[in-house]
Design a protein. Structure first.
Length: 319
């Protein structure tokens, strides 16, 4: 082989090697660049709020499906594995996600940043009304803070802080802009709810629900919590005959004939109460602990609160 041919062969070999390493480096860069930052959220209500803040800056994985019960939903093995691969885990706390808390704690032990939104917004303790409630629940923190949009405003701002601090690769400016925009929407929601509830006379601002879930709303907008069919803050409890008798007496004394039942739970217990009171009880469905699928009445937190406010106002005024 001539010297010229050998030189050409060497040049071709070198060109092939250079091309190989360039392509390999590009592929490696694409692989690492494709791993977007990830935020894992337990409940779908917090998931919607977090998505509004994060926007396109990171992937937000919401574990709780639409219409699920946060007190009882569980995780698949794949979902459980998501915790340790997250940059940030956002959960409600205050005992809400009873079957998920151990996974949150495990992620924290592995160095994953976690944020309990409910614990950071000045939580209330359960108010069980005149008929009383289980002794073991008295004074326990109420996890249902999202029924007060002002507390959600505080939680949203804190979630933005957590994302900026713990989720690498996000644009702080974009996250702050998203949070500011959402804060304005929440402020508008509060104003609209206040005006809507103005239509409810003071003597009709009394709530009876399937279980104790609207304490924050009652505290914020001036309602009285008469009681609940299930005198507990969790759907996992069941009422006794004495519970129903106590609630019936409390409703009769307060002149309340409307029960608000969670749309994701069967209304059987409320129907039992209707029979206890001779049939003259209206059962109004609300979206209290879970969002629905998109287009099904409460696909977002803002939509859920507006739907509930309208239903409550109509149910208590008879309009």
């Amino acid at each position: 082989m001539s010297v010229r041919a050998q030189a050409a062969r060497v040049r071709a070999l070198l060109l092939t090697l250079v091309s190989f390493f360039v392509l390999a480096g590009t592929a490696t860069g694409c692989a690492s660049g494709g791993e977007r930052p990830r935020v894992v959220v337990t409940t779908n209500i917090l998931g919607d709020i977090t998505r509004a803040i994060v926007g396109d800056e990171a992937d937000v994985s919401v574990l709780m499906k639409p219409n699920a019960d946060p007190h009882s939903f569980g995780l698949s093995a794949v979902q459980a594995a998501e915790f340790e691969n997250a940059d940030l885990v956002v959960h409600n706390g205050l005992g809400l996600e009873e079957n998920v808390l151990r996974h949150v704690e495990a992620a924290r032990e592995h160095g994953v940043a976690t944020f309990a939104a409910g614990e950071a917004v000045d939580p209330l303790t359960f108010h069980t009304g005149d008929e009383g409630g289980p002794a073991e629940e008295a004074g326990e923190p109420d996890p249902h803070f999202w029924t007060d949009p002002d507390r959600v405003r505080k939680a949203a701002a804190l979630i933005a802080d957590e994302v900026v601090e713990h989720v690498d690769g996000v644009s702080e400016k974009a996250v702050r802009n998203n949070a500011e925009r959402y804060d304005g929407q929440l402020a508008d929601l509060t104003t609209w709810m206040e005006k809507s509830f103005d239509a409810v006379p003071a003597d009709r601002r009394a709530l009876v629900t399937n279980h104790h879930v609207f304490g924050y709303l009652a505290d914020r907008f001036g309602f009285r919590v008469i009681g609940a069919v299930v005198p507990s803050g969790t759907t996992l409890a069941s009422p006794s005959s004495s519970d129903l008798r106590s609630l019936t007496r409390a409703m009769e004394e307060a002149g309340v004939r409307t029960v608000f039942a969670d749309s994701s739970q069967p209304t059987r217990l409320a129907e039992v109460l209707r029979r206890e009171m001779g049939g003259d009880v209206d059962v109004v469905e609300l979206y209290s602990e879970s969002l629905t699928e998109k287009g099904k009445g409460a696909g977002t937190y803002l939509e859920m609160m507006r739907a509930n406010t309208s239903a409550m106002t109509k149910g208590l005024t008879g309009d």
